[in-house]
Write a protein that binds this ligand. Structure first.
Ligand code: UT7
Length: 337
């Protein structure tokens, strides 16, 4: 067994320039909602949407440039691309392949996963394991989403549509130099497929017969994400604290030893409940949902980048990163920054 340890060498993110406020959702799309309802229930003030012609892979290219800069790594050094998205540019091949060509690193292996809001953590777990074996040395971990083109931006879809925004986040994962205290300590992952249909996008899919895109997909709205919001909420507030405590127990650490929590951002009210359950003071719980909405797999690298830029995330800190989402999938990473 190799004794290589692994760390996050640098993070970066990118959001498209177009800001869509809560009032814009009413004005531009005619959705029967209000800034007051959205802020009260979710904390979201605005999100970003791509302009025509911009793809999921385009967002990832910009985020990756920033992550590489922060890590001090050249793109030629990247030896694996791991890509999480639920809003791929095309059904196949994976968006990681389109990204690889745009980013200009031919020959580098490229892999997509579909683990929604927990996607970044699933990839971090893989990257951590692959670096520790010594097989890869500079892994580019990406979470990128173009939600705006998949949402039902009408009153019928308002419960889901108001929540999500477009963005990409990226991290470079590599080995620790001797004496470097920074480290991915561990990532703890879970799933419960019994809840798969509580937050899902049904069509297109090969479960349909005889053709994967049913003729009535628009009328039945099976082409839009559907959510059982209350069930998602209740499970999120239970699972996120649970998995943070599991991670801490694994290392015989206490919650009071955690310097910063950088959680997934599904709903500010979920995070407030998680913070309360874990007795984490507000200043140790880093939220970004107000400006970006829920950006699924991009969310945690956005949080890490913003926290670092604001001077709230410093070298040597113990950082916990919990996430929960569709699947249901959930998990938590514990990192020495
Ligand atoms: O990563 C995981 C992603 N998803 C989540 O984490 C979401 C978790 N769930 C939630 O955050 C909440 O369930 C929501 C914020 C989505 C909804 O809050 P809620 O308190 O569960 O609302 P509700 O679905 O029970 O709806 C309450 C009312 C309904 O009207 P009636 O039936 O009481 O007349 C809805 O039609 O609010 C209405 N409503 C809205 N009104 C204005 C639902 N969405 C909206 C909206 N604007 N956007």
């Amino acid at each position: 067994m190799s004794n290589v340890r692994s760390k996050i060498m640098g993070v970066g993110y990118y959001v498209p320039p177009r800001v869509v406020t809560n009032d814009d959702l009413v004005k531009l799309y005619g959705i029967d909602t209000s800034d007051e309802w959205i802020q009260q229930r979710t904390g979201i003030q605005q999100r970003h949407y791509v302009d025509p012609g911009v793809t999921n892979a385009d967002l990832a290219v910009e985020a990756s440039k920033k992550a590489l800069d922060a890590a001090g790594v050249k793109k030629e050094e990247i030896d694996f691309i791991l890509y999480a998205t639920l809003s791929p540019d095309h059904e196949f091949p994976g968006t990681s392949c389109f990204f690889q060509a745009k980013f200009g690193i031919p020959g580098v292996p490229a892999m997509d996963i579909r683990n929604q809001c927990t996607g970044f953590l699933y990839l971090l777990s893989m990257a951590n394991a692959l670096v520790r074996t010594g097989q890869y040395k500079r892994i580019l971990v990406i979470g990128s989403e173009v939600h705006s083109r998949g949402l039902d931006l009408s009153t019928q879809g308002r419960d889901v549509a108001v929540l999500f925004g477009d963005a990409a986040g990226a991290a470079v994962v590599g080995p620790c130099a001797p004496g470097d205290q920074s480290e991915i300590l561990s990532v703890h992952l879970h799933a419960d497929g019994e809840h798969a249909k509580d937050l899902w996008l049904e069509a297109p899919g090969c479960a349909f017969h005889p053709f994967r895109l049913p003729k009535d997909a628009l009328e039945t709205r099976s082409i839009y994400p559907q959510m059982n919001g209350k069930t998602v909420f209740l499970n999120a507030v239970r699972r996120m604290p649970e998995v943070v405590l599991e991670a801490l127990k694994h290392h015989n650490l206490k919650m009071s030893e955690v310097d910063l929590v950088v959680p997934h951002q599904a709903n500010l009210r979920i995070n407030e409940a998680v913070a309360k359950f874990l007795s984490v003071p507000e200043e140790k719980f880093f939220n970004t949902i107000q400006r970006f909405g829920n950006t699924t797999a991009a969310t945690i690298p956005i949080g890490l980048s913003e926290a670092a830029a604001q001077g709230k995330l410093k070298k040597g800190m113990l950082v916990a990163m919990p996430a929960f989402g569709s699947g249901f999938t959930w998990g938590a990473a514990l990192v020495r920054w």
